[in-house]
Ligand binder design. Structure first.
Ligand code: CS2
Ligand code: MG
Length: 402
């Protein structure tokens, strides 16, 4: 079997997506998600100019070798752009192999370990009243786990909160908008938010919260400790953790579970975090973390340290990544939870999907491969639109983590 051609499809049904389509001499093609929010064209160019010419003629069945070719074989290893490209290639190759064998992807990853995938929804509110209302809305839809983000009095832009009542979408048209942030006001207010949410919804609803890298280690330790009585399912990205050792401080002070890594792209971002058991969930998604081939290794490594998966699943990851994640989560033993931020309806014009949400869980059908298809004619009706993630500043103007 040989790869005969490949192309990159960039489209914007409501938001930008980059999709890699790899063709073979057996008439089978595979799809991979190459979307990197706000940096879409960098990945598209890397794939088109550098990777695709080297893929043509290779046997798509040699997934491990091709993975190594684009990781080890490229002198400039790692980094978000190149690892997103490697991930897309890898996903498309697994899709081809499973289609060739006429079996759903999860069968190649070990078969079923479970029937359904626990997911968490997003609820946010400009104020506490709205956060309660919107949490209730997600509970009514059947979600058993909800991530709650709330506006903070006196803070211009709390992460994950919308003011226009539209669903939260992490990218805005044009150049990066600037947001204003104040950690001390946030730290004083957020325990009140979770106190109220617990009081209203009781103890059984799983609650999650994303700090989005905005605390220092000691601030994060205080936050994790003060949120402890509300038994969070997890506290996400409490610090920007290029410095993995900084997570030690949080562990010394609190039993609040920690999830980290949506911006990571390699096992080497995780080694201290995993071997010292400084976290509880790995967030690195299939589309940025080296695809199925690399995540299989990371998840297996994490499993020996009682750490589970909790993959990133915001709307900037395409339906191809979500479907691939459901297969992956179906197969592995140390699955924890999957983020599920449903795509807007217009995404369905372009991507034909094979998963279903029911009563708090996602399931996937048994169509061969990953099971998602792209309608290229429809994709052409939604051309790329420049959109970027915000830049964040403290209230005195200092540039800060977004
Ligand atoms: C977030 C994302 O889903 C999450 O946990 O952190 O919304 C993130 O900000 C975006 O995916 C960035 O593109
Ligand atoms: Mg996050």
């Amino acid at each position: 079997m040989k790869i005969t051609d490949a192309r990159v499809i960039v489209c914007s049904p409501g938001r930008n997506f980059v999709t890699l389509k790899i063709f073979t001499d057996q008439g089978i093609y595979g799809l991979g998600d190459a979307t990197l929010n706000g940096m879409e064209k960098s990945v598209a160019t890397y794939l088109t100019e550098y990777c695709i010419p080297a893929l043509i003629g290779k046997d798509p069945g040699n997934i491990e070798d091709i993975w190594q070719y684009f990781y080890r074989g490229v002198y400039w290893r790692r980094g978000a752009v190149s690892m997103t490209a490697v991930s897309a290639i890898d996903m498309a190759l697994w899709d081809i192999k499973a289609k060739l064998l006429d079996t759903p992807l999860y069968n190649l990853l070990g078969g079923r370990s479970r029937d359904r995938i626990l997911v968490y929804a997003h609820a946010n509110g400009a104020n506490l009243g709205e956060a309660v209302e919107n949490t209730a809305r997600e509970v009514e839809k059947g979600f058993k786990a909800v991530r709650v983000q709330c506006g903070i009095p006196g803070v211009g832009n709390a992460y994950g909160v919308v003011t226009d009542k539209k669903p939260y979408e992490p990218a805005k048209r044009g150049l990066p908008p600037e947001e204003i942030w104040d950690t001390s006001l946030y730290l004083n207010y957020i325990p009140k938010v979770f106190g109220k949410i617990r009081e209203v919804f009781g103890n059984d609803l799983h609650l999650l919260h994303d700090v989005h890298h905005r605390c220092t280690p000691i601030e994060a330790a205080r936050l994790a400790k003060e949120l402890e009585p509300f038994h969070l399912f997890w506290l996400e990205d409490p610090v920007a953790c290029e410095l993995q050792e900084s997570l030690r401080l949080i562990r010394q002070h609190s039993t609040t579970p920690v999830a980290v890594g949506e911006v990571f792209n390699s096992v080497f971002d995780y080694t201290t975090l995993i071997t010292e058991q400084l976290i509880d969930y790995i967030r690195m998604p299939l589309s940025h973390g080296g695809g199925i081939t690399h995540l299989q290794k990371v998840a297996a490594f994490a499993s020996f340290y009682h750490i589970a998966t909790g993959f990133h699943g915001a709307t900037d990851l395409s339906p191809v990544t979500l479907a691939a994640a459901i297969h992956f989560n179906t197969a592995i033993n140390n699955f924890g939870i999957q983020e599920y931020m449903p795509h807007s309806e217009v995404v369905g014009d372009v991507f034909k999907t094979n998963y279903k949400f029911e009563n708090g869980f996602l399931t996937i059908d048994d169509s061969p491969g990953i099971g998602v298809d792209i309608d290229e004619k429809a994709a052409a009706r939604y051309p790329y639109i420049t959109a970027r993630l915000p830049v964040n500043r403290k209230s005195d103007g200092t540039l800060f983590n977004w």
